[in-house]
Design a protein around this ligand. Structure first.
Ligand code: UD1
Length: 434
């Protein structure tokens, strides 16, 4: 079997400019939302990542016509969608397949979707809040193995629903189902992530009536149907944050373009606390980490707090900063599997419960490590870039799910990184393909 891995010769300070693509966690909600419409949608600034490809395949499999206008612009005609079933093989490819439940309920009043896949953070990733939200609107559920069947024989009706935990996925999913429900839906204790606002903006452009996205309370007045629209996906906060932290970890100077600086505030604040200079200008941020840096404490929280999806990358960086850092993950308590790999590279990290205690070391050394999930994979790449010597990162298919052309983008910043094929995990001395 052919495997692929990254080979990184570290120790080079990143320098130059980089362009950020469209937001993964926005587009994986917007693409399924197109099936609620009875028209043609043209979605621009679509990142070419594996999660997008998986979602587009699912849309095609249920009858949507998908046509690329260019490499980042896709036209979706969902008028012909008839099938309401997504099988296990498709659902398990990405977490966001759960949005098909909300979208199909909204369009057809019925959905058969298998339990979603996605990153394994070492603990349960429940969808009970999604289901309780749909049930409040009048949907009934049955479960057979992995298959979730939702129906609403009498149609969905707007109600008030309180999320007893702040959940990005549940907020977006119940919003999808509610746009065509009869009457008014009021969602309370909603997640406030920028991609929730992006999904609401797209749906409103298609004729929905959603107010309050980005606040605790979202009000949705149901409309009978949605029409098609042209929409440009917002920039990816986490891709931008990853390159900001990569610049800091390599003590480089990088300008990151096509970003929304306000969405990066929590990351910017922590980097500044460590001594990194971060300057914002229009839709760019410049990260200058050429000084001496100290550690800091981080506690992940729902937006506008520090994002859990930046926790592994930040930990890799803090491992290289003077002094001690405490990193607590208050969203995904066991998201620290990757720290074993950082310790293999010479980091000093001890995990107790949902906190990593990091004692900064003067430098990391290259090692053979694995990407245990998408953002942990990004952290491994950052550690490899910062380390002296050669690092190989296995299981990079996780990274492909969320980063477009990470090799090309880092190479343009001066990094020495290649994607290599290997048939034997113990020897990666085979042809470079990128
Ligand atoms: C989304 C993101 C993921 C990110 C996470 C938190 C997508 C596709 N994925 O995941 O990258 O790490 O937000 O920012 O956008 N919870 C429940 N019951 C539920 C749902 C969630 O208890 O029904 C809990 C979870 O266990 C977790 C917390 O709520 O502790 C937040 O999860 P949630 O925001 O729902 O994450 P996802 O939408 O799965």
């Amino acid at each position: 079997m052919i495997l692929e891995e990254y080979r990184i010769k570290g120790g080079v300070s990143l320098s130059g400019d980089i362009e950020i693509g469209g937001a993964k966690n926005a587009v994986v909600g917007i693409l399924p939302a197109t099936i609620i419409t009875r028209g043609v949608c043209v979605i621009d600034n679509v990142p070419m990542i594996q999660d997008v490809i998986s979602m587009l395949r699912i849309l095609e499999s249920i009858g949507a016509k998908v046509n690329f206008r260019n490499s980042h612009c896709v036209e979706i005609d969902a008028r012909g969608v008839r099938c309401c079933t997504v099988d296990y093989d498709q659902s398990r490819r990405l977490r966001a397949s759960y949005y098909l439940i909300g979208a199909m309920l909204g369009r057809f009043g019925t959905a058969n979707v298998c339990m979603p896949g996605g990153c394994d953070f070492g603990g349960a990733r429940p969808i009970d809040l999604h289901i309780r939200g749909f049930q409040t609107l009048g949907a009934s559920f049955s479960f057979a193995g992995d298959l979730i069947t939702a129906t609403s024989p009498c149609g969905l009706r707007g109600k008030t629903f309180y999320f007893d935990k702040v959940s990005v996925g549940a907020t977006m999913n119940v919003m999808l189902a509610a746009v065509t429900a009869a009457g008014t839906t009021r969602l309370e204790n909603c997640a406030k992530e920028p991609h929730i606002v992006d999904l609401a903006n797209f749906l409103n452009l298609c004729g929905a009536n959603i107010r309050g996205a980005g606040t605790d309370t979202i009000t949705i007045r149901g409309v009978s149907e949605l029409h098609g629209a042209d929409y440009t996906v917002m920039p990816d906060q986490i891709e931008a944050g990853t390159y900001m932290v990569a610049a800091a970890a390599t003590r480089g100077k990088v300008t990151i373009n096509n970003v929304t600086p306000e969405h990066l505030e929590s990351i910017t604040a922590k980097l500044r606390e460590c001594g990194v200079i971060v300057e914002e200008s229009g839709d760019s941020v410049t990260v200058d980490a050429r000084g001496s840096l100290v550690g800091c404490n981080v506690d992940t929280q729902p937006h506008p707090g520090f994002p859990t999806d930046m926790q592994p990358q930040m930990t890799a960086f803090l491992a290289t900063c003077r002094g001690n850092s405490f990193i607590t993950d208050s969203v995904w308590a066991s998201r620290f599997k990757y720290t074993d790999s950082l310790n293999k590279m010479g980091a000093k990290i001890r995990v107790v419960s949902n906190t990593a205690f990091v004692e900064g070391v003067p430098g990391l050394t290259g090692a053979h490590i694995k990407a245990t999930d998408l953002r942990a994979g990004a952290a491994m790449v950052i550690a490899g870039l910062a380390a002296e010597g050669v690092t190989t990162v296995e299981d990079i298919e996780h990274i492909d799910r969320g980063y477009e052309d990470i090799v090309g983008k880092l190479t343009a910043l001066g990094a020495n990184i290649t994607r290599v094929q290997t048939t034997d995990p113990s020897s990666s001395q085979v042809a470079a393909i990128a």
